[in-house]
Design a protein around this ligand. Structure first.
Ligand SMILES: NC(=O)c1ccc[n+]([C@@H]2O[C@H](COP(=O)([O-])OP(=O)(O)OC[C@H]3O[C@@H](n4cnc5c(N)ncnc54)[C@H](O)[C@@H]3O)[C@@H](O)[C@H]2O)c1
Length: 325
């Protein structure tokens, strides 16, 4: 069984939760991250099992073979994490999300890492009228989706019997993290409800999107790291919904009236529309039970209130990367 995990991008929104989850399960975790968002590092001593936690504060472009010594599994959660931020500086996005992540995987393979889990995105399907599965035609629209898809292909081709590669195409994530992102649709909608603001829907709200919560991703990573699974590509999706129906579901779960709660921003037409299924997930993770949407939403709401979360450079990636460049 794998014991030593390196999480690249391990101090980010998902990484902050995944790192703590895997430490609690008894793994040693090395966080390889430029630490643009410092919560995990600043609070490292308060984290359960923190004696098993190490940090490497470097850009992924500076990775060396010695960074992987003793590591069995790499989880790659790195890079510019969404479509709008990827367009600010396209050259930079290609350099990190494509070249940087590819070289990172290559070095891991050459140092003897046994499993490489690449966190990808359902954005690779772009605009698609039909429900998309792993073998459906991809249609990446943004620089983010294009760069990620090319990395996926390159890294998947590195697989062999000693270097297993698992590509996880994530849906849009939601849920509380100590490094919370408010540029994710469910998170921002709940933030607006907490702050008594209207929910703004881009376009007519009839665009479909797939969703999954952070806790599900952690549970799936844990199962995968403990398994003998071979290399594979899978979509990770709990449910699909139109943005308008999603708003109704959130209001219902948080027991607040839906009426007069939303505004449509018709000028900002959201071109992305995809409805994602998975033929592989059910085969690979038999009988997997997804977390309760309502429980995750209540946790998210409580976390926003308790930690006095605000919209700023840390919670909106677009703002952060605009400033960085
Ligand atoms: N959040 C989502 O809804 C979602 C959905 C699908 C896929 N993903 C993918 O999952 C991964 C994690 O997403 P997230 O929401 O946690 O993103 P995030 O921005 O919160 O985390 C990314 C982490 O990578 C680090 N980083 C960025 N550039 C770096 C560099 N050049 N060198 C070293 N470290 C660097 C940042 O400091 C940050 O901690 C990303 O690859 C993202 O594309 C996210």
């Amino acid at each position: 069984m794998s014991k030593n995990i390196l999480i690249s991008g391990g101090a980010g929104y998902l990484g902050t939760i995944l790192t703590q989850y895997l430490l609690q399960k008894g793994f040693s975790v090395t966080v390889y991250d430029k630490l643009y968002f410092p919560w995990l590092y600043k609070n490292r001593k308060k984290i359960k099992n923190h004696k098993k936690l190490k940090f490497i504060k470097k850009n992924i472009t500076e990775v060396e073979k010695k960074d992987f010594i003793g590591i069995d599994t790499v989880c790659d959660l790195n890079g510019i994490p969404n479509d709008p931020a990827s367009e600010i500086n396209k050259k930079y996005t290609w350099n990190i999300n494509n070249i940087g992540r590819r070289n990172f995987a290559l070095k891991a393979k050459h140092t003897g890492v046994k499993r490489y889990i690449f966190n990808s995105t359902c954005s690779v399907y772009g605009f698609n009228k039909k429900i998309v599965y792993e073998n459906s035609k991809t249609n990446p629209i943004s620089t983010y989706a294009k760069a990620n898809l090319m990395s996926e292909k390159y890294i998947y081709d590195l697989k062999n019997k000693n270097f297993k590669v698992n590509i996880l195409r994530n849906s849009t994530l939601f849920g509380f993290s100590n490094n919370l992102r408010l540029d994710l649709v469910i998170n921002i909608f709940v933030y607006n409800i907490v702050n008594n603001k209207k929910i703004i829907i881009d376009g007519d709200g009839l665009q479909y999107r797939p969703f999954i919560c952070l806790r599900d991703i952690c549970k799936i990573y844990y199962k995968l790291i403990n398994s003998n699974h071979n290399s594979f590509i899978t979509n990770l999706v709990h449910f699909n919904m139109t943005i308008k129906d999603l708003t109704k579901k959130i209001c219902k779960s948080l027991k607040i009236p839906f009426k007069n709660k939303i505004n449509f921003n018709k000028d900002n037409n959201d071109k992305r529309n995809y409805n994602v299924g998975s033929k592989n997930f059910r085969k690979l993770f038999k009988n997997y039970k997804f977390c309760s949407f309502r429980t995750e939403l209540i946790d998210l709401k409580k976390g926003i209130i308790k930690n006095r979360i605000k919209k700023n450079n840390t919670t909106i990636r677009m703002k952060f990367y605009k400033k960085l460049f």
